[in-house]
Write a protein of this length. Structure first.
Length: 298
C-alpha cells in the first residue's frame, strides 16, 4: 500500500488534538502531539494513546509508569505545532503546570488527564499505551480539531453557519493541489444561501447540481461585501478538471487580473499560504480584517 495515500485516507477521520507528556528517568519533561487518543473505559477509567517509534522520546513512553494527556483548546494551534516539531526544548516555549502526580499538563487546555500505565502493546511501528486515569480536570473549553486540511475550530464553523446577515453567499476555493478552479468570469464558484439554511449544505448541493466533484472542508474566509452581504468561503479539494470551471496555476494567482479587490486579496493570500502550507481564517470586510491562525499542516 502507498503510505501517503493511506495516511490521507486515515486523515478523513476528524479528531481532536492532544499533547502527551511524561518524564524521563532523570525528571526531564518530554512530550509529543497526538490525535491518536481514545477513551477506553469508565470502570475502571482508562484511556489510550499511540506513540510512534519515530519519536525521539519513544523509549521513555515505552517504559514509563505514568504519563499525561492535555486535550488542546481552540487557539492552541501553536502549542500543537511545537510538540509536533523536532525541537528538543518544547516545554521551554509553552506554558505548563504540574497539577498532579508530577506530570506536566499544558496550561489553558480543554481537559487534562494523568494516567498510570496499565499495559503497553506493540502494534506495527507504534505502541498502544493504555493508562488508568488517576487524575483529570475539565475546563469546559471548546477543543481544537484536526482533519485532512489541518486545524479547525467549532467557533469558526458556528460563525459560518450563523444566519444573521441579510444576504449570505457561500463560495469555495477549489484546488487539486496545483491548480485553483474558477468560473469563466474569474470568480469563485458561489451560491446564494436562503435565510435559515446552512451555507455548507447549500454550497454542496449547488456543486452537485453543476456536477462539480468536490470535497469541502474548513472555512477560509468570512467577510462582508458592500451591497452583497456576507460572503463565506470554504476550502475544497478535487482530483482533476471540472467541466464548468477553468483551471489556474496556484503559483500564478498573484499576477492574475481580478476586478474585485476583496477577491484579488483573497487569491493572493491563498497563493502565499499554499506555498507555505500554513493557512489562516480571514474575518472582516472587503477592505480590512484579521487573519486568524486557524489551521496548519503537520
Amino acid at each position: 500500500m502507498d503510505a501517503t495515500s493511506l495516511r490521507a485516507a486515515f486523515s478523513r477521520f476528524l479528531t481532536g488534538v492532544t499533547v502527551v507528556p511524561a518524564r524521563t528517568a532523570t525528571g526531564e519533561p518530554v512530550g509529543f502531539t497526538a490525535n491518536s487518543f481514545t477513551s477506553v473505559s469508565l470502570y475502571p477509567p482508562m484511556v489510550l494513546v499511540c506513540p510512534g517509534n519515530h519519536l525521539s522520546s519513544f523509549d521513555v513512553f515505552r517504559t514509563t509508569s505514568r504519563f499525561g494527556i492535555s486535550i488542546l483548546a481552540e487557539g492552541q494551534e501553536d502549542v500543537s505545532n511545537v510538540f509536533a516539531s523536532r525541537r528538543a526544548d518544547r516545554f521551554s516555549v509553552c506554558q505548563w503546570e504540574d497539577v498532579a502526580e508530577g506530570v506536566p499538563l499544558i496550561t489553558g487546555r480543554a481537559a487534562g488527564f494523568v494516567c498510570d500505565t496499565s499495559s503497553v502493546v506493540t502494534a506495527g511501528d507504534h505502541i498502544v499505551l493504555i493508562g488508568e486515569v488517576v487524575f483529570f480536570d475539565d475546563a469546559a473549553h471548546a477543543g481544537l480539531g484536526y482533519g485532512p486540511d489541518g486545524y479547525f475550530t467549532q467557533s469558526n464553523e458556528r460563525r459560518a453557519e450563523a444566519g444573521d446577515a441579510a444576504v449570505t453567499r457561500a463560495s469555495v476555493l477549489l484546488d487539486d493541489g496545483h491548480r485553483l478552479y474558477l468560473t469563466k468570469t474569474g470568480d469563485l464558484p458561489t451560491v446564494r444561501v436562503a435565510a435559515g439554511s446552512s451555507p455548507l449544505s447549500t454550497l454542496e448541493a449547488e456543486l452537485a447540481r453543476l456536477q462539480i466533484k468536490a470535497d469541502l472542508s474548513v472555512v477560509y474566509a468570512i467577510y462582508d461585501e458592500a451591497g452583497n452581504g456576507r460572503r463565506i468561503v470554504f476550502r475544497g479539494r478535487t482530483k482533476g478538471p471540472q467541466a464548468p470551471l477553468e483551471a489556474h496555476d496556484i503559483s500564478e494567482l498573484p499576477g492574475m487580473h481580478v476586478g474585485n479587490t476583496a477577491l484579488r486579496a483573497l487569491l493572493n493570500r491563498f497563493a502565499e499560504e499554499h506555498r507555505t502550507q500554513s493557512f489562516g481564517l480571514y474575518v472582516g470586510d472587503e477592505t480590512a480584517g484579521d487573519v486568524l491562525p486557524a489551521h496548519h499542516r503537520r
